[in-house]
Ligand binder design. Structure first.
Ligand SMILES: *Cc1c(COP(=O)(O)O)cnc(C)c1O
Length: 370
C-alpha cells in the first residue's frame, strides 16, 4: 500500500456505494472469532438460529440498536428478508389497507425513490406528491402544503439519495399520515428522532453489515393491517410475533450488525460518529467548492454526507480519474451507471484518513492536468 495507506493487510480505501466498506476493527473481529465464536467450538454461522447462542446475538442487536438510536419503546426492530427493495413491496402490502381508497404518497427524489413509487403503484394509487426530476434530482423538492391527503395510508420518502448525493436535513411533519423512510444509505450515519416516522427501513449492505436483510423499524400501531394476500414472510406482524425467527434469517448479517453497533458505541456513540461523518463530508465539499476542475452535482443546501457526487469539468477524463485513483488504492469511485461522473461513498466504515487520501489524489490529478 502507499504512504496514505490504510493497512497493508487489508488493502485500500473502498468508496463503493454498497456493499460498502466496514470499519477495519469490525472486519478484524469477524476474522478473529469466525472459526470459534466466544469459545463455543463452532462458528456463529454454524449454530441454529433458534439456539440460545444466536438468540442472544439477536437480542443484543436489537438492544444495541435501541440504545444507540434512543428508539422509543413503541417501535419494533425487525430483520426482514430481501433487502431494501423488498420493503418497497412489503410497505404497501402491510399499510395500504389503512386507506379505504388505497392511496399513498411518494416523494420522488431519485433512483430508488422512483422504484419505490413504481412498486407502490401496484397496490393502489401511489401519487408522486413532489419531485425534483425537473432539476435532475439535484435537490429535495418542497412539499406543497396538504400534498398528502389525510386519507392516504402513508407518505414514502428516501432520507438519503445514494445515486444523486442529496439528503433530507429535516423531515416533513405529516399530520396523521405515517411517514415511511427508506434510510438504506444513511441509517446510523446521523441521529434522528424516530418518533417522527411510522416505518424506517434500510438494506444492510451500506452501514449495517453484509447484503441480504433489511432492518425494519415500525411503530406498533402500524402492525396488523396487512392485506390478506400478503406473503407470510413479508408480513411485519409475523416478524414481530416470531422476533424475526419465523424462518431462518441471515444469522451472519445480524451478528455483524452487533459488531457495527458496538463499534459505534466505542467511537462515543452516534453523535460522535455523526461528527466524524460531517467532518469527512465537509473536507470533500470544501475541496470541490474551491476548485473549477471538479463540479459538485448536488444543490448546496441538500448535500448528502454519505454519498458525495461530482463531475470533472472535462468529462472525457472521468475514466482516467477512476482508473488512476484505483491504482492508488482508492477504489470504486465511478458514479452510478445511470448518471456517470464520480461518487465517493463514505459511510461509517470510511475513516477520515481515507477521505484525506482522496483529497490528496484529487489535487494531484488536477495539478497533473495543467
Ligand atoms: C442501495 C439502496 C437500495 C437498494 O437496496 P437493496 O438492499 O439492494 O434492495 C434501496 N434504497 C436506497 C436508498 C439505497 O441506497
Amino acid at each position: 500500500m502507499h504512504e496514505c495507506g490504510n493497512d497493508a493487510a487489508t488493502g485500500g480505501y473502498n468508496f463503493s456505494a454498497g456493499p460498502a466498506m466496514l470499519p477495519r476493527t469490525v472486519m478484524r473481529r469477524i476474522r478473529d472469532e469466525f472459526l470459534d465464536y466466544h469459545g463455543i467450538g463452532t462458528s456463529i454461522i454454524e449454530v441454529s438460529h433458534k439456539s440460545a447462542v444466536f438468540r442472544d446475538v439477536l437480542a443484543t442487536a436489537v438492544g444495541l440498536f435501541r440504545d444507540v438510536t434512543g428508539l422509543p419503546d413503541n417501535y419494533q426492530v425487525l430483520f426482514v428478508h430481501g433487502g431494501a427493495r423488498m420493503q418497497c413491496s412489503a410497505v404497501p402490502l402491510n399499510l395500504i389497507a389503512r386507506s379505504a381508497t388505497r392511496k399513498s404518497g411518494y416523494v420522488e427524489t431519485g433512483f430508488f425513490a422512483r422504484q419505490a413509487q413504481q412498486e407502490g403503484a401496484r397496490y393502489g394509487t401511489a401519487t408522486v406528491v413532489a419531485s425534483s426530476a425537473d432539476t435532475g434530482f439535484d435537490r429535495i423538492p418542497v412539499l406543497p402544503a396538504g400534498s398528502c391527503t389525510p386519507d392516504a395510508a402513508y407518505l414514502h420518502l428516501t432520507s438519503n439519495n445514494t445515486v444523486y448525493g442529496t439528503r433530507w436535513h429535516t423531515f416533513p411533519a405529516n399530520g396523521t399520515v405515517p411517514v415511511v423512510v427508506d434510510a438504506t444509505s444513511d441509517i446510523l450515519s446521523r441521529r434522528w428522532d424516530y418518533s417522527q416516522f411510522g416505518i424506517v427501513y434500510a438494506g444492510f449492505q451500506k452501514n449495517l453489515g453484509p447484503a441480504s436483510l433489511a432492518l425494519v423499524v415500525i411503530r406498533d400501531d402500524l402492525l396488523g393491517h396487512a392485506l390478506p394476500e400478503t406473503p407470510l414472510l413479508l408480513n411485519y406482524e409475523v416478524y414481530t410475533k416470531s422476533q424475526s425467527l419465523h424462518n431462518t434469517p441471515n444469522t451472519f448479517a445480524i451478528y455483524v450488525m452487533t459488531l457495527m453497533l458496538t463499534w459505534i458505541q466505542e467511537q462515543g456513540g452516534l453523535d460522535a460518529v455523526e461528527a466524524v461523518n460531517n467532518a469527512k463530508a465537509q473536507l470533500l465539499y470544501r475541496e470541490l467548492d474551491c476548485s473549477d476542475f471538479y463540479l459538485p452535482t448536488a444543490h448546496r443546501d441538500h448535500r448528502s454526507i454519505t454519498n458525495i457526487t461530482f463531475r470533472l469539468r472535462d468529462e472525457s477524463r472521468t475514466a482516467e480519474f477512476v482508473e488512476r485513483s484505483a491504482a492508488q488504492g482508492l477504489l470504486a469511485l465511478g458514479g452510478h451507471h445511470t448518471v456517470g461522473g464520480i461518487r465517493a461513498s463514505i459511510y461509517n466504515g470510511m475513516p477520515l484518513a481515507g477521505v484525506q487520501s482522496l483529497v490528496r489524489f484529487m489535487r494531484e490529478f488536477e495539478c497533473d492536468s495543467v
